[in-house]
Structures are given as C-alpha cells and as structure tokens.
Write a protein that binds this ligand. Sequence first.
Ligand SMILES: Nc1nc2c(c(=O)[nH]1)N[C@H]1C(S)=C(S)[C@@H](COP(=O)(O)OP(=O)(O)OC[C@H]3O[C@@H](n4cnc5c(=O)[nH]c(N)nc54)[C@H](O)[C@@H]3O)O[C@H]1N2
Ligand SMILES: Nc1nc2c(c(=O)[nH]1)N[C@H]1C(S)=C(S)[C@@H](COP(=O)(O)OP(=O)(O)OC[C@H]3O[C@@H](n4cnc5c(=O)[nH]c(N)nc54)[C@H](O)[C@@H]3O)O[C@H]1N2
Ligand SMILES: [Mo]
Length: 772
Amino acid sequence: MTDQETPKRPADDAEAPPSPEFHPYHHPAAGWGAAKSVSRFLLRERELVDGPRAIQKMNHEGDGFDCPGCAWPDDLKGLRLDICENGVKHVTWEMTHKRVGPAFFAAHTVGELSTWSDAKLEDQGRLTHPMVYDADSDTYVPISWAKAFALIGDTLRGLDHPAQAAYYTSGRLGNEATFLYQLMARELGTNNLPDCSNMCHEASGRALQASLGTGKGTVDLKDWEVTDALFIIGVNAASNAPRMLTALAEAHKRGTRIVHINPLVEAAATRAIIPHDFADMALFRSTPTSTLNLQPRIGGDMALLRGMAKAVLTESDSDPKALDREFIERHTTGFDAYRALCESTPWQEIERQSGVSRAKIREAARIYCEADRSIFSWCLGLTQHEHGVDTVREIVNLLLLRGNLGREGAGPSPVRGHSNVQGNRTCGIDHRPSPDFLDRLAAACGIDPPRAHGLDTVGTIEAMHQGKVKVFVGMGGNFALAAPDTPYTAEGLRNCELTVQVSTKLNRSHLVHGRQALILPCLGRTEKDVQEAGVQSTSVEDSMSMVHLSVGMKRPASRHLLSEPAIIAGMARAALPDSSTPWEWYVEDYDRIRDTMARALDGFEDFNRRVRLPLGFRICQPARELVFHTPSQRAEFATAELTDVVPKAGMLKLGTMRSHDQWNTTIYSDNDRYRGIKNLRTLIFMNPADMRDRGLELFDEVDITSTAKDGTTRSVYRYKAIPYDLPRGCATGYMPEMNVLCAIGDYSTQSDQPLMKNLNVTVRPTGSGTGT
Ligand SMILES: Nc1nc2c(c(=O)[nH]1)N[C@H]1C(S)=C(S)[C@@H](COP(=O)(O)OP(=O)(O)OC[C@H]3O[C@@H](n4cnc5c(=O)[nH]c(N)nc54)[C@H](O)[C@@H]3O)O[C@H]1N2
Ligand SMILES: Nc1nc2c(c(=O)[nH]1)N[C@H]1C(S)=C(S)[C@@H](COP(=O)(O)OP(=O)(O)OC[C@H]3O[C@@H](n4cnc5c(=O)[nH]c(N)nc54)[C@H](O)[C@@H]3O)O[C@H]1N2
Ligand SMILES: [Mo]
C-alpha cells in the first residue's frame, strides 16, 4: 500500500492544523459524550460492522476476549456490556482494516518514515509480514520467519555473555507467552527482563512487599461493592480506568463516601453517567462520584497521608475506637515508632509539604474514622516519584491504624496499567526474581536459571549506551518513546547490534533501531489463534488478581502473523538448538504450557481446570488472610521522614500524564475531552497565578527547561500555556512528548522508577531570555 492509498487522519490533509481550543468541561463523565466519541471512532476506522460485534464479546466469561486496554477487573455479575469508551477505541484500533505490508515499506525509507508523526505511523494499520532492515536501501524488506529466527539465534549465540541481551515486555503479553519468554531468557542465562512495570507500579510492588509481604493489592471488586469509604489517589479514572466510574457511581448511590486526592480535579471526581444503565443514559441522569476533593501539590501526597494519620491518632485520644488496637497488637510491628513520628511531625510542615490545609486533611481523616471499612486505591500520581515507595507504605500505615486489612470491604487496591502487567510479574517477568521462584522454575523446567539480578528499563538503556547490552528484544510496546530521556534512549537503541520488535502496529521503535533490525508482526488479542490442537486461549490477570481466559474471535489481520508464544518458541529454538525444553510442543497446545506453569508458579495449582471456571480464579493473597511474608511475619509500619517536595523559587514541579484520547504512546487524536482541550498536545497546564507571574495568557507559547539531579538541563520549545485549576508551583503536560524532559539519571532511589511525575522545570515565554 502506498502513502497515497493510505487513509489519513484529517489533520494530515488540512493546509494548516486546526486551531487549538480550550473550553473547560462541565458535564458528567462517560454517558453520551463517550457514546458519541465511540461511534465517531468506529466510523473513522471503518468498523461499523465488525466493531460492534466484537464489542459484544469483550470481557465476557467463557466465549469472549479480555479487553486489551486497562487492567480493571470484569464485572462479577457477567454484565453484558462491560465496556468503556476507551476500551472500544483500543479494540477498534487493533481491528482496523488498514495494513502495512512489504509494498508500504518499499515505498518509504526509514529516513522518510522518521519524519512522520507518531500518530501517523501507528495510523497506517496492522503490520502483516516479518521484515528485516536493509541498510543499503534504508528500507525494511520481507524476510521469512525461519530466516528471522536464524538471525536472532545466530546473534544471541555469538554474544560473549547472555547478559549482553535484554528482553523487554509491554504489559499486554498473555500469561502463557510471558512464561515462555522468561523461561527463554533464563535458559539463555540472564535475568535482563525490563518491563513497563519498571515505569509504572514498581514502587507499589516494593512498598506492599516491604509492608505486607505481597507485591499486590489485597481487595477485589466484591470489596469495592461493600466498602464504606473509598480514597482515590493520583489516578485519572475517567480516562485511564473508565470502568471504575461505574464502581464509583454505584458506591456513591449506596452511600459510600469517596475522597479524591489529586492536584487536578479530574472528571471522575465530579459526576458520572453509568454507561450501561439505560435509564440513566436516556434521562441524562448523572450520579455524583465524590464526597471530598483534596488537591495536594505534586509529590505532596505523603505529607497529606501523614497528616491524616496524625489526625487519626489525635482522634484516638478522645475516641478509643479511632484505632483498631487489637489488630495493631496482633498483626503489626513498629506502631510505637510510627506514632512517635506522626506526633513529632508538625502540622505546619505537613501543610507546607502537602499544600493542603490542616482543616481539609482533618476532614478526610474524619471520613476515614467514620468508615468501618475503607479502601485506598492509587495509580501513577503516587508512584512516579522519588519517594513513591514511602508514599505507598504510608497508605498501608493508615490502613493498619484502623485494621483495614484482611476483612471484607477494606484494604489496598492499586490500579494497574496495561491489561496484563500484573500477570507478567506473577508469571516471571522480574529482573530481581526471588530465590524461591527460581528454585521452583528450575525444578519444573529442568533449567539452571542465573541467580544474579538483571537489568530493568533504565539499567537496560544505560547498558545499551555503554555497549554492554547489544541485543534488544521488545515483546510489544514502544520502548523508544515510552522510556525516559528520548534522545538518550534512541542513542542506546542505535548502539545495539540487533533490535527485534514484536509488534502489531508501526511505531517509533521500528525506526530507532540497531545495526540489524527485525519487525515481527504478531496476532492481537482480538484475533483467533489456531495451533495444532485447535483454537487457543490465553490467560490474563487483572488488577485484583483474578486470572481468566481470553479467546480471540477475529480473522487475523494477515495470514503471515504468528502468535506471541509461537514467536518466542521460534526465537528460543534458534538460540538454544539443543534445549530440552519442548518449545514446539508447548506451542501446539497452550494447555501444555499451563500444566508446566501449574508446577512452576505459586498459586497456579490445577491451572487448566480453574482457569476455565466461570470468571476464572483468584490468586491467593496471603496478606488478605493476615499471613505476612515479611521478616517479622507481621504487617510492618514504615517510619520514613517527610522529604522536601516544595519547588525551588522560580521553578515548577511538572507531572507528565495521558490525555483522554491516547493509549500510552498511541495517540488517537489531539483532543482531551474531560480537560476541555481540542487540537493540542504540546501544552502545559499551569496555575493561573503562576502564569500571571510569567506574564502568560491562554495559548501563549513557552519554552520549558528541566533541571536533572546532576544539574544537566533539557528543553522543549513552543508549548502552549493553559490556565488550569491546580496548585501553585505545579504544572502538568502530556507523555510521551515530554519524556525528552525526563533525564535518564532521574529515577527513584527507592524503586528505580523514572521520575515522570516529578520534573523540576522553569517555564518562560518563548523568545524571552537565553533559554537553555
Ligand atoms: N485510555 C487509556 N487508559 C490507560 C492508559 C492510557 O494511556 N490510556 N494507560 C494504562 C497504563 S499503562 C497505566 S500505568 C494507567 C495510568 O493511569 P493514571 O495513573 O491515571 O495515568 P496518568 O495519566 O499518568 O495520570 C495520573 C494522574 O495522576 C495525577 N497526578 C500527577 N501528579 C500527582 C501527584 O503528585 N499526586 C497525585 N495524587 N496525583 C498526581 C494526574 O493529575 C493524573 O490525574 O492507565 C492505563 N489505562
Ligand atoms: N513521561 C512519561 N512516560 C511514561 C509514562 C508516564 O506516565 N510519563 N508512563 C509509563 C508507563 S506506566 C508505561 S506502561 C509505558 C508504556 O510503554 P509501552 O508498553 O512500551 O508502550 P505502548 O504505548 O503501550 O505500546 C504500544 C505498541 O504496542 C504494540 N502492541 C499493541 N498490541 C500488541 C500486542 O497485542 N502484542 C504485541 N506484541 N504488541 C502490541 C503496538 O505495536 C503499539 O505500537 O510508558 C511509560 N512512559
Ligand atoms: Mo503503565
């Protein structure tokens, strides 16, 4: 297909790009705005026939596929239309009729494609053939699967050490493929398994592990249905976990109190129309989704939570029931030290660091004390910070004070990102595997896995730079754009001997490549996966530890596509010709992979039977049973001091985030409906007073310069300033455009996560001063 034949986004045809617009949004979330957006999207992707049919099958027990979007759990009552606007966009994007085949690649050099926008690259459609980079013509040319695998095998076998390769996972990979992938890496001899979780919930995993001895949340949807208070922190649910809106609206109707903690008052913190409630839809009847909104400064959550704990402890002087003393006594350790720390932290410091008044914090604490059962839920607003681990541990501290653990309707509930990012970790994508995990894997699979820790995302980028990692394999995702410090990451990838991208759509990571490069196209989750034993299903694990099967139903986008398990097996056999792992036999029937997983993985006993139960099965959470695999065998209070998060004079704290019309690096449009933005992505949301200080008005152009921990600076130019309701000294803008500002060295010392929500920036009008 040539570029001329390729349907373009309207913006590409227009003489001048449409003008940006900003109209603050005052409507409820979801409802008709979402329905309208869905039909526009189906129309654009020419999916009015297949789209609705597929949507009917989404998130259905038994015969459906799991939405490849977010990791919010499926409705427990088997709701017929358990979907959301963004899930529909996501599925339709995968099912597009547009194709990127050999003719397309012959018509466009990599040099030319590099000048295209990221949105335009992905919009070309589904990849259809395995392709290899040809340096002479600067194009990708077709290659057979056998030759592609041979190239990978030869290169891997030619390395001096297996740790000269890194194997990235984006969190959509199903459990069975995940298991084979980590098995391949470990059989080859490395734990270099960076994944997108290194950029998202690493802090949550480490905090929960340290406090409770489990890396995951302990609650499920049933708990959400009976809780008395919900604390929703640092998540833009209306865009990024839209099915949570239903849970919030239903909870509010039941009388549950809902506190949102976010520098921005996001759409989910106002009102919502429940999309599958036809009466609500027909009558435009919306339900409130918030009792109280607190707007801390960026990074101010820990101080706010500490303030709540301080208020709870003060309350306990007059009301003994404010604390669950029996729970604290029986199940925790470190309470006295934590109490002393809270008491010695002055309110003045709490107010300064959080940016929220003592009165407001006490109001939240009162709601907490009045609730018999509370759930705390959070996402990236908490984790992508220097002190992300301490902050999540502070949530656990608060929960422990009132015994909100191990009982119905109470506990920690992180909102995970990609649809199977939690399953990836459960099934072995971990650069720091525990000895117990490796021992069991060794016994079940007859391999001798390496014990040394491997590289995470940031470590991989640095190692590619230093020439220590020479082969990069990306199982999905868009590493070149998703990772921090875009030019630095690009240099790392270009320094590789071989880059391999297993993908469904064309993206930047195909153009920023090693000396040799492969694009390997795979089946998407909506597509029928037929192997020797018939149609195969794969399993995924949602945010609340439910594991269930997903079966694709669409005809594959091309007959040349392979499934992810087949691609991994092909690579593994080529790299390990003498391996006694039955790679080909596994791929013939995924039940065989599941049988091995049942032996190798904790909680997967009797996997093949249990995964076929209605709604699947829940992986046991020891902390929920009040069994704590911590050094003390108890839940451990953490006693970290507050750190200084107040921006230095003249500087702002900038958080990068997603718009409503994007999926990580995939941009569907330049609109952000709930924040009132149209036709604009290169923007910065600022407090109106911070704009006035700089002489800025709406849409004025600014240059933004970040200063890294090591003093180096990075800039983006001509971004448009938007006045927005967020605390003074704070600003936000969109990833991945702003990843340029995130220095490679700026990762948390607690979680190794890049500080994507904690950039120290100066903002000045474009054309003023020297800039950097
Ligand atoms: N439609 C759609 N859905 C998605 C994704 C997508 O791109 N598109 N991505 C998926 C993935 S991989 C992930 S990890 C999740 C991400 O889901 P979110 O965590 O919602 O992602 P972000 O857009 O990064 O926004 C985080 C929120 O944090 C707030 N925030 C910023 N700084 C702070 C802070 O210091 N404190 C607090 N309390 N809040 C802060 C922002 O105002 C914003 O509301 O969503 C998943 N779902
Ligand atoms: N500044 C900043 N940067 C961030 C973040 C932030 O908040 N701020 N968030 C971080 C987070 S939380 C995450 S999770 C990462 C996201 O990082 P990634 O997971 O690496 O990126 P995605 O944009 O989700 O990947 C999109 C690509 O996945 C491929 N794909 C889609 N479906 C499939 C499939 O079924 N199989 C395979 N093999 N490939 C498929 C397509 O080719 C598509 O181009 O970004 C991180 N980067
Ligand atoms: Mo994520």
